[in-house]
Design a protein. Structure first.
Length: 289
């Protein structure tokens, strides 16, 4: 059975719970923002300006809180070239040039629901990033299949990395703090305004810290990493998953919500929250061509 077929379950026909519909709404809002901002990018725009464009667009539509503020990476920064410390992830004065790849990454909180998305594109043609995006498809299928098999998160991480190696790519999510490929997200207490700490919303950080403490007591972690603390089966909840490929100074990734449940039905035990996303539509068009 193919990955596409396995995902055609009740959640595809709109039978989501109210809570999941809330998460899907904010995820779609974030991707709409990414597509809108990407269409407005021009030569000379800086990463800081692109991040501000995302922030302004979302605030105009009611976003007042964040899991993290928007990021933008241009050129070889899409592959996190020479990234050594967390401060290097923040937007810079790097200017966009014709043919240059970019990644937009944002994590808004809307009506108490959080999302964390990544959108890859380029200013004009970039065959390398196009290939990277096409080659991300089997990673999405592999992750879903092995989560449904209830393999340890650490093992799935290693298998994703092996697939990248076979494809000839570098694992760039290794450069993230703790090398994470994913992290849990949850509801966030609604506030009119919430301060940020090093670019992360204080309410979301509190929730992640609470999950970490709770998980430590029970033997699981809200961070999906290559380290021993992720050596446990998938924990039910919502996970923002972001496999990130790199090749000679060009990077590409997607990031979206994976739902994990305690159902014994494999198709309902894990599923992507939404199949109507830019990268999924792209793969469907490639398959149909």
């Amino acid at each position: 059975m193919t990955g596409d077929t396995k995902q055609r379950t009740a959640h595809d026909s709109g039978q989501l719970s109210a809570g999941l519909r809330g998460f899907r709404e904010v995820q779609r809002l974030a991707y709409e923002c990414a597509e809108t901002v990407a269409a407005q990018l021009r030569p000379g725009v800086t990463e800081r300006e692109a991040a501000r464009m995302q922030r302004d667009w979302l605030r105009e539509r009611g976003v007042r809180d964040w899991f993290h503020l928007p990021f933008a990476w241009f050129g070889d920064r899409t592959a996190f070239t020479h990234f050594k410390i967390p401060l290097q992830f923040f937007p810079t004065s790097r200017r966009l040039e014709p043919g240059m790849p970019f990644i937009l990454d944002m994590a808004p909180v809307y009506r108490g629901y959080a999302a964390d998305i990544g959108y890859s594109g380029s200013l004009g043609l970039n065959p390398v990033q196009d290939r990277l995006m096409s080659d991300l498809r089997p990673h999405r299928e592999l992750i879903l299949e092995q989560v449904r098999e209830r393999r340890p998160l650490r093992e799935i991480y290693e298998n994703v990395e092996r697939l990248m190696t076979r494809q000839g790519y570098a694992n760039r999510h290794r450069a993230y703090p703790f090398g994470v490929i994913a992290h849990k997200i949850d509801r966030v207490k609604e506030r009119r305004w919430s301060p940020t700490v090093f670019g992360f919303g204080s309410q979301s950080l509190k929730g992640l810290a609470s999950d970490a403490l709770h998980g430590h007591r029970e033997g699981w972690s809200p961070l999906w990493s290559p380290y021993h603390f992720s050596d446990h089966p998938p924990q039910p909840g919502l996970w923002a998953v972001e496999p990130h490929l790199g090749f000679r100074g060009t990077g590409a990734k997607f990031e979206e919500i994976l739902v994990v449940t305690d159902s014994r039905d494999p198709a309902e035990s894990a599923f992507w929250l939404d199949d109507d996303l830019p990268h999924v539509r792209r793969w469907a068009e490639e398959k149909a061509a």
